[in-house]
Write a protein that binds this ligand. Structure first.
Ligand code: G6P
Length: 610
């Protein structure tokens, strides 16, 4: 999704802007651009369709020199991906703006501005904002005032960065519904949609709050809240280590992130579990009282995080005996709810900036849900700030658009949460100890699965020329099948569907033939025998099966039935371990097909618009 970078410095900033855009590539985008004010107070703008590398090439011969600049990667919402729709947008040749988000009332503003003589060169909602600010600037002669007045007319979500050649020493930024962070330098300051973009230049960050506006200069910045009061925002040091945005020895971020899982799962457990039990205080000092009173859990999330929520429902109902509902945020936010008393509202999000998830949370608060817990991977994100209780996953920055380590750390956090909740709902100490011990074994088991990488790579050849695939799972492994299918479609563009194996004969069996590979996860659990019968149904129709099975599950390879043996895993932790071979399978299929693994077409890492 769109990414913003900006810098106010004494040195030339185009290199900083380009590197920042490169580091935002993971968000997904289709064009890139920058605008810089030079020493003669002229704005130079460059925009290209395609990758940041194309922009770098376009400016290589004659880079725009200047110490104040803004840059952007665009993910098309209003108007096709094209050079004229790429940001920065300008009003005249002095004002330039970059925008992340959506302006809902842009049509009516566009008509008004057109009638007043402003000429539009793009189809974007952003250009409307550029002209609106310029209109206010002509009246006030002050960029801060102009932006402040202009945004009072906007409906929707936005993070904006604005520069004007008449005021070449500073930049005005604001946020309402889209993320924006200020990077604090020495004698220079920066802004970006994500702190990762600025790690080469600083490790100190201030997160703007909703409604904040800031005047960014080389040596200072003034931040005001929605009411126009001057406010201080805390300076945070970056937590993860600055090399996280590098691929290291790996060919793709996705592969690196898959291989990081043993370490980050362990990190997510640290300080939260002893050898035999969960430390409930690790969820916050008030967690005990809250958990005692929870009678229902409502989980909200999108994409991969939604699949984590689906697994958690099995755990919460099974281990804690507490009813649990799971819904995708984009549906939840647009319907009426029957609020059950003492419902805990639980949002799961890697980025903490997903627009639908945030909107659902805000709506839930209004509707009277009691308390909100966030399971999130990004410190300082909007979701973290707006929730009552927070449980951070420790996945570190996830760059690959297809989520991998965020998912398995979400599952780890969700299992810890479930055990804390279950303790207040009759789970015995012995059973808790058994599951915590099983959780401690997970990082080692994931290592064992990673050691199967070349065997899985070999298996992936069978998928290369296929158009459709089917993923099957039962019980808590059904969401794992859904996640496996999502991974495959995201990065290899092969159509993949997931079904609970018991539903096979109610429709999808009609599709099964030798051109439709069927992938199954088969841990040794209570559902194993039933699953085996489902596999027979596939075999009998000539379907080719790829089974990831517990070594004790006694599933034998034969013609048309490929079996990969996995370590024996506790029934409760199986969804975490069994996710990993499916991630590797998708990865290798995508590599064989030659798709853009880390930045698949049309997708964005952080979906900050509705
Ligand atoms: C996008 C990403 C997915 C992610 C989903 C939810 O679609 O491409 O990988 O699962 O958003 O994002 P969140 O940050 O809320 O987990």
């Amino acid at each position: 999704m769109c990414g913003i970078v900006g810098a106010v410095s004494e040195r030339d900033v185009h290199g900083i802007l380009l590197e920042g855009l490169r580091r935002l590539e993971y968000r997904g985008y289709d064009s890139a651009g920058m605008a810089v004010i030079d020493s003669a107070a002229q704005v130079h703008r460059a925009r290209e369709v395609g990758k940041v590398a194309a922009l770098a090439e376009a400016i290589a011969a004659n880079p725009p020199a200047g110490s104040v600049g803004i840059a952007h990667t665009r993910w098309a919402t209003h108007g096709a991906p094209s050079q004229i729709n790429a940001h920065p947008h300008m009003s005249g040749d002095r004002l330039a703006i970059v925008h992340n988000g959506i302006i809902e009332n842009y049509q009516e503003l566009r008509e008004e501005l057109k009638a007043e003589g402003f000429e539009f060169t793009s189809q974007t909602d952003t250009e409307v904002v550029a002209h609106l600010i310029e209109k206010k600037y002509r009246i006030t002669g002050d960029l801060y005032q102009a932006v402040s007045q202009a945004i009072s007319h906007l409906r929707g979500a936005y993070a904006l960065a604005v520069i004007h050649a008449n005021e070449p020493d500073h930049m005005i930024v604001c946020r309402e519904g889209s993320p924006l962070v200020i990077g604090v330098g020495i004698g220079e300051n920066f802004i970006a949609s994500d702190q990762l973009a600025l790690l080469p230049v600083t490790d100190r960050f201030m997160f703007l709050e909703e409604g904040d506006m800031a005047d960014i200069r080389r040596d200072r910045m003034d931040i005001r809240d929605r009411e126009g009061q001057v406010v201080e925002r805390t300076v945070n040091r970056f937590e993860h280590g600055s090399d996280s945005a590098d691929k290291g020895e790996y060919r793709h971020f996705m592969l690196k992130e898959i291989f990081e899982q043993p370490r980050v799962i362990k990190a997510t457990m640290e300080g939260r579990v002893t050898a035999k039990k969960v430390l409930e205080q690790a969820l916050g000092t008030s967690a005990g009282d809250l958990l005692k009173s929870v009678r229902h859990v409502q989980i909200i999330a999108c994409g991969t995080s939604y699949h984590a929520g689906m697994v958690a429902r099995y755990w919460i109902e099974d281990l804690a005996g507490v009813p649990c509902s799971v819904e995708v945020a984009s549906e939840f936010r647009y319907r009426k709810h029957v609020i059950q008393p003492d419902t805990l509202f639980l949002c799961i999000s890697q980025s903490g900036e997903t627009a639908d998830t945030l909107a659902a949370l805000r709506q839930a608060k209004k509707a009277g849900f009691r308390a909100a817990l966030a399971i999130c991977n990004v410190p300082g994100s909007s979701l973290v700030r707006e929730s009552d209780l927070v449980m951070m996953t420790q996945a570190g920055p996830e760059i690959g658009v297809a989520s991998t380590k965020a998912f398995t750390t979400q599952l780890t956090a969700l299992l810890i949460f479930t055990l804390a909740l279950a303790r207040h709902n009759g789970l015995s100490e012995e059973r808790e100890a058994e599951i915590v011990e099983a959780l401690h074994r997970v990082p080692g088991q994931v290592e064992q699965v990673l050691a199967l990488d070349s065997a899985i790579a070999e298996m992936s050849g069978a998928f290369m020329d296929k158009v459709h695939t089917l993923f099957l799972g039962r019980g808590s492994l059904f969401p794992v099948a859904l996640e496996g299918a999502l991974k495959l479609k995201e990065i290899s563009y092969i159509h993949a569907e997931a079904y609970p194996a018991g539903e096979l004969k109610h429709g999808p069996l009609a599709l099964v033939d030798s051109d439709m590979p069927v992938v199954t996860v088969a841990p040794n659990n209570a559902m194993l025998e039933k699953l085996k019968s489902n596999l027979e149904e596939v075999r009998a129709r000539g379907g080719e099966l790829f089974v990831f099975a517990d070594s004790q599950a006694n599933v034998q390879a034969e013609e048309g039935l490929h079996v990969l043996s996995l370590p024996s895993v506790h029934e409760v932790t199986a969804p975490i371990v069994y996710t990993v071979p499916l991630q590797l399978l998708s990865y290798h299929v995508a590599v064989l097909k030659g798709t853009d693994v880390d930045q698949p077409r049309n997708l964005a890492k952080s979906v900050t618009v509705e």
